[in-house]
Design a protein around this ligand. Structure first.
Ligand code: SF4
Length: 614
């Protein structure tokens, strides 16, 4: 039967330089569809609780979705591994065209294990797999490595994932750059790649992705494109990308300023789309198969950083490297973000780490090295810290390369009070003190501090969900909303669709595309059910890795310090509110009081998982 799954997974062992092609199990497709689901199942089966994230036994997987490489709009790829930053499950998503190339080469997943004896890169050309010497590109930045590998292979159309110096040096929040400006950014997948002595993965494929019923698939895709174009949010995204969210976050008091002390920034418009249009943007670009073209290509045109070629500074980077550090010159922010891109550092975590360091400097908890002024607003300090961290230079670079949680633990004293993270992953750029549901979403995210596993604040600020009124400041009624959004997000992350390139597309249309492509009937409900299965499986995996209910919490600043400005002024998420929401959430999920899934919940979802510590 023709289907969009290739039914093959490529497994490569860098230690013994072998590879094998495995049949994709039918049960994996049936229960987990693709993307995040495949990753959750393969990681649970493939590593144990004592697997060192930076050891050879950790798995590093590149997984496209079943519809990636087809007509379906805005389909992407994900990287799944055990995070060296958090020690738990990590799924990190990338756009561009690399994931489609993996499908064209004939694979539902690339699974990489072991550790190469010397710096290496993997070259996959359809069924041919080589492990090549990468000594000549080791030490280069992400873009230079991409160019040199294409030159060596003599083919500009090859798609390449690379790490930069940060990944080579195993900075715990280093990323994987998938083609020029698309990154698997969060959680330190770049460090896992570096620990395997793997500089790059280059892929070229020549096969088309099959679909089971081409006419039905084309009709469903046509409807998806129509729904997308009719969405009220698409035009704003097309015009200004996610940079337009800066002003929204500022007006709603959710924009981090000075390491999240405040929720507004007087100069927000300078780092938002208006400032970016004036100083940076020249044109638009898109990921493969996406009609939105939310990305903006450009260059700094005036001032000290003139000539730097840049992409859009996305909302999260603009906020965490801009307002969070009290920096309002978007040209400088673009420069700092570009440095992170070249080193292969997650600019979100890096912004939060620098904010933490600046506050620690202000409080006298960190000594300023080399006369560096560790105070907010200092662009040179931010630049210095990026270089220092990426190269793990000196005591300060080595300390901050571990992320804010570990750095705060090492510094001691009151440092943990302003270390902004959940489960070790640095907090995204949406302060939750005025939106209790968003706080619950942070408390319970499966990969740590993340806003993409359910984004309840949009419902909270609109005042209702499912025809029920919602008070953004109240903890009541948030557990159901958060659990539903997490299930839906995990379910549709099996398709590995873009969160923005899916605006307006209904669950029913996604189910029609998937059914026509695979020949198996899926309904809209299947995404929520599959998502719930994945969410519970990842919870078991994380518990097995040593996580417990005590980590279902918030950074202390959000609990102890009332928001000083914005519509949520005076509010914080109290311990009482946290306890209320978390118990309601566990109950909603069918977990016990300690956040462990009950037997009957696992039976209902068809999950069999033997925890290795039982
Ligand atoms: S909406 Fe933007 S990020 Fe998403 S697929 Fe389209 S171009 Fe890529």
């Amino acid at each position: 039967m023709k289907t969009a799954h290739t039914n093959k997974m490529l497994i490569i062992d860098l230690s013994d330089r072998t590879h094998d092609i495995l049949q994709t199990p039918a049960s994996l497709i049936r229960d987990f569809i693709g993307g995040k689901g495949f990753g959750a199942s393969l990681l649970s089966d493939g590593i144990s609780s004592d697997t060192d994230p930076l050891g050879p036994d950790n798995l590093l997987m590149f997984i496209p979705g079943p519809l990636t490489g087809t007509l379906a709009p805005a389909m992407r790829g994900c990287v799944v591994t055990k995070s060296p930053l958090t020690g738990i499950f990590l799924d990190s998503y990338f756009g561009g065209s690399l994931s489609a190339e993996i499908k064209y080469a004939g694979y539902d997943a690339l699974i990489i294990k072991g550790r190469a004896a010397n710096p290496s890169y993997i070259w996959i050309n359809d069924g041919t797999v080589e492990i090549r010497d990468a000594k000549s590109v080791w030490g280069t930045d992400t873009l230079e490595a991409n160019r040199r590998i294409k030159d060596e292979l003599g083919d500009d159309t090859v798609k390449v994932a690379t790490i930069g110096r940060a990944g080579e040096n195993q900075v715990l929040y280093s990323l994987i750059c998938c083609e020029y400006n698309r990154q698997a950014g969060r959680g330190g997948a770049g460090a896992v790649m570096g620990s395997k002595n793997l500089k790059a993965v280059a892929v070229k494929g020549s096969k088309l992705v099959n679909v089971h019923d081409p006419a039905a698939f084309a009709a469903a895709c046509k409807d998806a494109f129509t729904e997308l174009e009719q969405s009220a949010d698409v035009e704003a995204l097309r015009l200004a990308g996610t940079a337009s969210a800066v002003e929204f976050a500022n007006e709603t008091g959710l924009l981090p300023h000075k390491n999240y002390r405040n929720g507004t920034f007087a100069k927000a418009s300078k780092i938002a789309d208006k400032g970016q249009k004036k100083h940076l943007w020249l044109g638009s670009s898109a990921c493969m198969g996406c009609p939105i073209r939310c990305s903006k290509i450009g260059a700094v045109r005036t001032g000290k950083y003139k000539g730097i070629v840049t992409d859009i500074v996305e909302y999260e980077s603009a906020a965490l490297m801009g307002s969070n550090l009290d920096i309002s010159d978007i040209r400088a922010v673009a420069h700092l973000v570009k440095l992170c891109d070249l080193y292969g550092l997650d600019s979100m975590s890096t912004g939060t780490v620098i904010g933490f360091a600046m506050e620690a400097g202000e409080k006298g908890l960190l000594e300023s090295p080399n006369g560096i002024d560790l105070s907010f607003g200092n662009i040179e300090t931010a630049e210095y810290l990026i270089h220092t961290v990426a190269n793990q230079e000196g005591e300060l670079g080595t300390l901050l390369a571990k992320g804010v949680k570990q750095a705060a633990d090492i510094i001691g004293k009151e440092a943990s009070g302003f270390a902004m993270h959940t489960k070790g992953l640095e907090t995204p750029a949406w302060g939750p003190r005025g939106v209790a549901g968003m706080a619950l979403a942070y408390m319970t995210t499966d990969r740590g501090g993340c806003h993409q596993r359910g984004f309840p604040l949009s419902y909270e600020l609109s005042g209702e969900w499912n025809d029920v009124s919602l008070d953004p400041l109240s903890p009541r009624g948030k557990a159901n909303l958060v659990a539903h959004l997490q299930n839906y997000s995990a379910g549709t992350d099996t398709l590995v669709k873009c969160d923005f390139g899916s605006f307006g597309i209904s669950d029913t249309t996604y189910a029609r595309m998937l059914s026509a492509a695979t020949g198996t009937r899926f309904t809209a409900d299947d995404f929520v059910k599959t998502g719930e299965r994945i969410w519970n499986l990842v919870r078991l995996f994380n518990l097995d890795q040593g996580m417990d209910a005590s980590t279902d919490t918030l950074p202390r600043r959000f609990v102890e310090e009332p928001l000083p400005d914005g519509p949520g002024k005076g509010h914080r998420i109290s311990k009482k509110d946290m306890a209320y929401m978390i118990q309601e959430y566990y109950k909603t999920r069918g977990w016990d009081d300690n956040g462990i899934p009950l037997e009957k919940t696992l039976n209902r979802l068809g999950i069999r998982y033997v925890r290795s510590n039982q």
